[in-house]
Design a protein around this ligand. Structure first.
Ligand code: F0G
Length: 436
């Protein structure tokens, strides 16, 4: 059986053609995923091939997603051109200062903020846009807390598709909104939250035939799984003890789990890492579900200044819980203060990230404190977005003006406010001298 769409519900498992523009199972309503039952690869030869492609100037080889195209068999890129902006290729950065703050001997960040539009969404969008083009779609749409929209706008425009974006009014960072405008998207700010708009856009896509590029789109997940493949390639295939990732709509953790599952089945690795998903305390329905089980309960009014993960009803939770359970993983939640302080520490490493990304370091600090994560563990944390995504948050934090959604002031532990001085060389020299 060739590449097809498979229902994720273990009791259904219905199969559909890979070219059907559907996002959920028409029989049972569960999420779909791309499946490749016939895939067999020689691990040693394939790892060598992927390494050799790093030396090639061919556009597909230069992409940190399409370099691993043997794992992306939903499309034949020699027939259907891939929409690529040289995404992926993101570094592993050693961060001793963050390690110390997190209670670890060592910590490595995989920084997805080095992507063309500054977030991990590009890894998925290159595949989603490629599939949209291959299906002959003209218009693509998404609802977004900001990064998906920036990424979709760029990839759609690069492909000659028309991007239409729906944003929760007043709740996305200015930098992300600006990107959507600059990349040429029709941008609609809706007076509703992410979860409400997603329901609306899903219905709209069904009625009008617009192609939906939220993470319910199974091809976005295909691209995002390569973040883990590239990370392993960079580590010479040493599987870390832990992979830490912030959780919003839970597409990324679902993709990471799928990537690892496939590599294990193909014999590229011999074990899984433990995954930890970190949520913001005001938007943590998955953390609650993991702790209490029973029915999944959405948070109706999600809150957090880490607006990228301000999501109360994450669509991919059934996939995500499978990843956590099969990897002996954990889910943790962190406060606004913990996120803000961890973010400043990532900045002090000379690395920097956007607020949602810093949930990883805040989560690590909690997990080492509670003894769940050992001090000498081999940990890779994913920084999902670039430091420039949300400059307003940074300025307010360092000048003591950052306030939680309920208006409570956040104490700036690592405050570093800009100093205003007159044009007086003597006074300036004195300030510089005192600073150490
Ligand atoms: N970090 C950042 C920077 C994000 O933009 C998002 C999601 C996440 C983490 C969470 O990832 O949803 O896969 O669990 N942003 C989406 C958006 C929802 O619309 O840009 P997830």
């Amino acid at each position: 059986m060739t590449a097809h769409l498979s229902c994720c519900n273990a009791r259904c498992r219905a199969a559909f053609p890979i070219t059907e523009p559907i996002y959920t199972c028409p029989r049972c309503g569960a999420l779909l995923e791309a499946a490749y039952p016939d895939l067999a690869l020689d691990p040693a030869a394939t790892k060598r091939l992927w390494r050799e492609r790093r030396m090639s100037n061919a556009p597909l080889d230069q992409s940190g997603v399409w370099r691993y195209r043997e794992l992306l068999g939903f499309v034949d890129t020699s027939v259907h051109p891939a929409v690529t902006l040289r995404e992926g290729n993101t570094p592993l950065l050693n961060a001793p200062r963050a390690a110390q703050y997190g209670g670890l001997d060592a910590l490595v960040f995989k920084h997805q903020g080095f992507n063309p539009t500054g977030s991990f969404k590009d890894n998925g969008m290159t595949c989603g846009a490629t599939q949209g083009l291959r299906l002959g779609m003209k218009k693509v749409a998404c609802v977004s807390t900001g990064n998906t929209s920036a990424s979709m706008a760029a990839y759609a425009s690069a492909a000659g598709l028309t991007p239409i974006i729906f944003l929760p009014h007043g709740n996305i960072s200015y930098g992300k909104l600006a990107q959507a405008l600059e990349y040429g998207a029709l941008t609609l700010q809706v007076e509703a939250n992410f979860d409400q708009i997603l329901a609306l856009v899903r219905a709209l896509a069904e009625q009008t035939g617009i192609y939906l590029l939220n993470s319910v789109n199974p091809f976005r997940i295909e691209g995002q799984k390569t973040i883990m493949v590239e990370m392993l390639d960079q580590r010479d295939w040493r599987v870390p003890d832990w992979v830490i990732v912030p959780g919003g709509n839970l597409g990324n953790i679902s993709a990471f789990g799928k990537g690892f599952r496939e590599l294990l089945a193909l014999g590229f690795i011999d074990r899984l890492p433990r995954f930890a998903v970190i949520q913001a305390a005001g938007s943590a329905p998955f953390e609650r579900f993991w702790r209490e089980r029973g029915e999944f309960q959405a948070v109706t009014e999600p809150e957090t200044l880490a607006t990228a993960i301000r999501i109360g009803d994450p669509v991919s939770w059934p996939k995500a819980i499978q990843v956590i359970d099969e990897s002996n993983g954990v889910v943790e939640k962190v406060t606004e203060q913990e996120i803000a302080d961890a973010k400043a520490v990532v900045g002090q490493c000379g690395i920097g990230c956007e607020p949602a990304s810093a949930a990883t370091l805040a989560g690590i600090r909690k997990l080492t404190a509670s003894g769940v994560m050992k001090k000498d563990a081999d940990v890779v944390a994913i920084l999902t977005g670039n430091v420039l995504k949300d400059p307003d948050y940074i300025y307010k934090y360092h000048t003591g003006q950052l306030k939680t959604p309920s208006g409570e002031s956040l104490r700036s532990t690592f405050g570093n406010a800009p100093v205003v001085v007159p044009n007086d060389p003597g006074r300036i020299a004195a300030i510089v001298e005192k600073h150490n």
